[in-house]
Unconditional design. Structure first.
Length: 298
């Protein structure tokens, strides 16, 4: 692939790692689009630490179309990032959405015209350890999954030679549901207990998490996801392979007093359950608690 211009919107845990990894690989022209100006990033990764200078644009009005736009904000911040998306997405732009939840393309469509959108399931753990510092933890075999189509393959090619990779997955829709299941368990449990993933080792939290998962699995099946008979325990087993000292994006937001990404995760499952007449009392309770925590600023 010839060098591409790659604009990264949102330089937190996920966007910071993506921008740093692409810049370190040196194959493309990376443009950082943060909310506040940024000269560069300290990038902690499994092989060590690197200082990464970044070309940064602080004003969306000064942006021009890029070959690639990587949207890496929380889902609820997508409309606020609309000014960036409108300026950066031109007729030849592809937009990759690195967010949790489902419906990535629908979220950005109002801002990107007809640009092809690549939904990205992110498996790596990205943590903003301090202002200007991000840390990459690998938690799964693949760092990311994308649809097994031309645009998904193009995104995988964009990352070639960098520290993070994307896997074009023929069963992308199923994997997206599995990732949502992971998130409706570990994110609320770490956020509400204000503890990193170590809390999942408690037997009482395991029992609660499994019960939340069973509700969400029933909803996923009603939505058409071909989930395994033992899906809830299989998801929990996956969570047990994650490092116990890792946080979650929602844990970090709670600890920092930021709004929580509750509606796109637990909120999605509760609303879909209501549509299908499937009771989700535990997830509904979690949603109420998350809303209360988020409204109080963590
Ligand atoms: N962290 C993780 O390990 C994982 C996260 N995800 C998902 O990835 C997505 C991103 O999460 P994560 O990186 O953790 O979140 P962070 O909060 O760490 O980063 C989001 C970034 O978006 C920035 N931002 C918000 N609004 C705007 C805007 N209008 N213009 C420009 N930048 C903006 C924030 O700016 P500011 O710095 O000013 O707050 C912040 O730097 C979420 O959907 C999350 O669920 C998926 C897998 C793993
Ligand atoms: C799976 C996990 C916990 C990885 O960081 C995640 O998706 C998140 O933090 O939102």
């Amino acid at each position: 692939m010839k060098p591409q211009t790659v604009a990264v919107i949102g330089l937190g845990g996920i966007g910071g790692v993506a921008a740093a990894a692409l810049q370190l690989a040196g194959r493309h022209d990376v443009l950082a689009c943060p909310r506040r100006p940024l000269a560069g990033l300290t990038f902690q990764h499994p092989g060590g630490t690197a200082e990464i200078p970044l070309r940064c644009l602080a004003d969306p009005d000064a942006a021009t179309p890029a070959d690639w736009v990587l949207l890496c904000t929380k889902t609820q911040d997508t409309p606020a990032a609309g000014a960036w998306l409108r300026r950066l997405a031109g007729p030849a732009t592809r937009v990759a959405v690195l967010q949790n939840g489902l419906g990535h393309a629908d979220r950005v469509r109002p801002f990107v015209g007809d640009a092809p959108v690549v939904p990205v399931i992110v498996y790596y753990n990205g943590e903003r350890t301090a202002p200007g510092s991000v840390r990459l933890r690998r938690v799964a075999g693949h760092d990311m999954a994308v649809p097994d189509d031309a645009h998904g393959h193009a995104f995988a090619a964009l990352l070639e030679g960098s520290m993070i990779g994307a896997h074009p997955a023929p069963d992308f829709a199923l994997l997206a549901w599995r990732k949502l299941l992971i998130n409706i368990a570990v994110n609320p449990l770490t956020a509400i207990t204000r503890q990193r993933q170590r809390v999942l080792r408690r037997p009482d939290i395991r029992a609660l998490g499994l019960a939340m998962l069973e509700e969400a699995v029933a909803v996923g099946r009603a939505e058409g996801a071909a989930l395994r008979p033992d899906e809830a325990t299989a998801i929990w087993a996956t969570l047990m392979t994650y490092p116990e000292e890792a946080g979650t994006s929602m844990y970090h937001d709670t600890m920092a007093g930021r709004p929580l990404e509750a509606e796109a995760l637990t909120g999605y499952v509760v609303a879909a359950g209501e549509r299908h007449g499937i009771p989700t009392p535990l997830n509904a309770m979690m949603l109420t608690l998350l809303r209360a925590v988020g409204d109080a600023g963590g």
